[in-house]
Ligand binder design. Structure first.
Ligand SMILES: Cc1cc2nc3c(=O)[nH]c(=O)nc-3n(C[C@H](O)[C@H](O)[C@H](O)COP(=O)(O)O)c2cc1C
Length: 176
């Protein structure tokens, strides 16, 4: 089994980064780690060239998509920014589109674990976060098997503040 951890926060060693690393450390599967903000990843330009092959944008997108295609489980972490996922995480998801357009590739059957971080201590974004199960993940044939939302987190990667959430991600990781 291969697990791909993708960090959608621009903060290195931030809350998403810590939680993804803890997840990857706790699984016995083969792991890959991608910190999106250190990649060159441009927005989808909706040219639909991907209907006939790889994405034509000259950046790290195709390399990232290859890693996703190799993985059995995607762990995608994003901070909540103004009630939604970060630009980096959204750009990554938009670039999946090539897979649904191309005839040979598929994300069907892959499992997803979402990790969200937010300063709000209450569950105010739960409906939005659960909506991601259907769109984009369900739409792409992927199944969300777990979510950890680290609420009330603000300081960069404070392991004490994250202690309960680290436990939660480790539990999902060790039960894959
Ligand atoms: C541009 C921006 C927008 C944010 N918007 C929200 C928000 O709408 N709701 C919220 O609870 N926290 C918001 N936050 C706080 C982050 O979600 C929070 O600090 C999170 O723990 C950061 O995770 P990270 O360390 O992985 O980057 C925002 C932070 C930034 C920088």
């Amino acid at each position: 089994m291969k697990v791909l951890g993708v960090v959608g926060s621009p903060r290195k060693n931030g809350n998403c980064d810590v939680l993804v690393k803890e997840f990857l450390d706790a699984t016995e599967a083969d792991t890959e780690y991608i910190f999106l903000n250190h990649k060159k990843l441009l927005g989808c330009n909706a040219c639909m060239a991907c209907e006939h092959g790889d994405c034509v944008i000259d950046d790290d997108g195709n390399e990232i998509i290859e890693k996703l295609l190799e993985a059995d489980v995607l762990v995608l972490a994003s901070p909540i920014y103004y009630g939604g996922i970060s630009a980096q995480a959204k750009t990554f998801i938009d670039r999946f589109y090539q897979i649904s357009r191309g005839p040979e590739k598929s994300l069907e059957g892959k499992k997803v674990v979402t990790i969200m971080t937010q300063a709000q201590p209450e569950d105010v974004f739960g409906d939005y976060i659960r909506s991601l199960d259907k769109m984009p993940f369900g739409y792409m044939g992927m199944e969300v098997i777990g979510n950890v939302t680290a609420m009330g987190t603000q300081d960069r990667g404070d392991k004490e503040e994250l202690a309960d959430y680290i436990k939660q991600v480790k539990e999902i990781a060790s039960n894959l």
